[in-house]
Design a protein around this ligand. Sequence first.
Ligand code: P53
Length: 474
Amino acid sequence: MTLKGQAFPDGFLWGGAVAAHQLEGGFDQGGKGLSTADVMTIGGNGIPRKVTDGIDPNEFYPNHNAIDFYHRYPEDIKLFAEMGFKAFRTSIAWTRIFPNGDEDQPNEAGLKFYDDMFDECLKYGIQPVITLSHFEMPYHLVKEYGGWRSRKVIDFFVKFATVVFKRYKNKVKYWMTFNEINNQTDFESSHALFTDSGILPKPEEDNEKLMYQAAHYELVASAEAVKIGHKINPDFQIGCMIAMTPIYPLTSKPEDILFAQRAMQTRFWFADVHANGFYPKWLLNRFDEKNFNLDITDDDLKVLREGTVDYIGFSYYMSFAVKDTGKLEYNESHDRVDNPYVKASEWGWQVDPVGLRYALNWFNDRYHLPLFIVENGLGAVDKKTADNKIHDDYRIKYMTDHIREMKKAVLQDGVDLIGYTPWGCIDLVAASTGQMSKRYGFIYVDGTGSLNRYKKDSFDWFENVIETNGAEIE
Ligand code: P53
């Protein structure tokens, strides 16, 4: 079957994705409280960001002003509309709605901001796709409750979810609960636990145990939100959000294959719980072996069974490889090896378009649920020429290669795919490094002061992809 001339199914949601803290700015405006993203300094390629105890006037916090989408969204959404976006994935900053997280009443100014911004999208027929918690939570919940260490945070999250579900029930259909909930599998890295769960481990604590406990509370909170959301509007589609990085065995040695399988189980059990509504047995055995004695109640297990997700939202940037280490326990911070068959980006991310087709089939076989690619893209340094052009042919190539594999998965393999919203459709602050120079967008943002917007070559290219519904990708 030839791919040329074949379009994606009608209604396919082409668009773009961002997250509140990475583009809005206005970190202290409209009554917004301080979030975990607001206490993270700038880092660099290979240089971790610092998490400070509150705001240190001597540090630079790139998320505070970001690209000022808070004030400029009408201009930006107009550009998205020009590209023909059908969907715009962003998140609601929890701290605009509940500045400290534990208030009784929500902040009306924050609710109004999203009302107005969603209306601006809907005016052009762009539907907002909303993540409830994208790498941020109220900093107050970190200071007072230890972040997701605390069971109490389930109630705060569910309250936040209920307020926004009710408020936007006629404006938003597609929701996701926790962004890349499984990134904290890398629990030894400098801030995976902080960005996912608002946890700064103390030296004497066991990061692995902290991670499993926090993830359990998040999964319960997610399931509770799914149940409530379906009551508020039965048409809601509420998904999870998983960072999909296929983990391949480096060789066909059986021990390598088995180890890679366990690595996949270790990185993706979160999706099992979200989608199946129960824990896989191997993991319960692991908890026992390690004497974790986690706080998991029978009521929790009931909620997990009742609040399974409607679809799997996932990001896809890269794949990993592993080889047997002699013990069947995958440690994400140590056990990854380079894959000689794929090339890495400037930031060391192993670019692998075929892995996207593999990932789509893997999810489809395992969960039999609709899938939604809610992030994909190439972080690169872009150069603006003297006449304000950005020739980002490398980005067009990256995306063409990925859309081609996605097309095979949908048209040939029969995967049920809702849409494709590439990451950072407008340049924004990188999550891992805080840099503005790691760019993903179709729209260039001059981060050095003017914050002016410029269309890159990929802007016109993507406009054509959407207009032809992918028919020209071969
Ligand atoms: P940046 C690690 C691995 C895969 C995806 O990342 C990741 C991360 C954490 O950085 O994050 C997602 O900006 C995330 C976005 C993030 C995007 O990928 O570090 O959902 O918030 O910006 C790209 O290049």
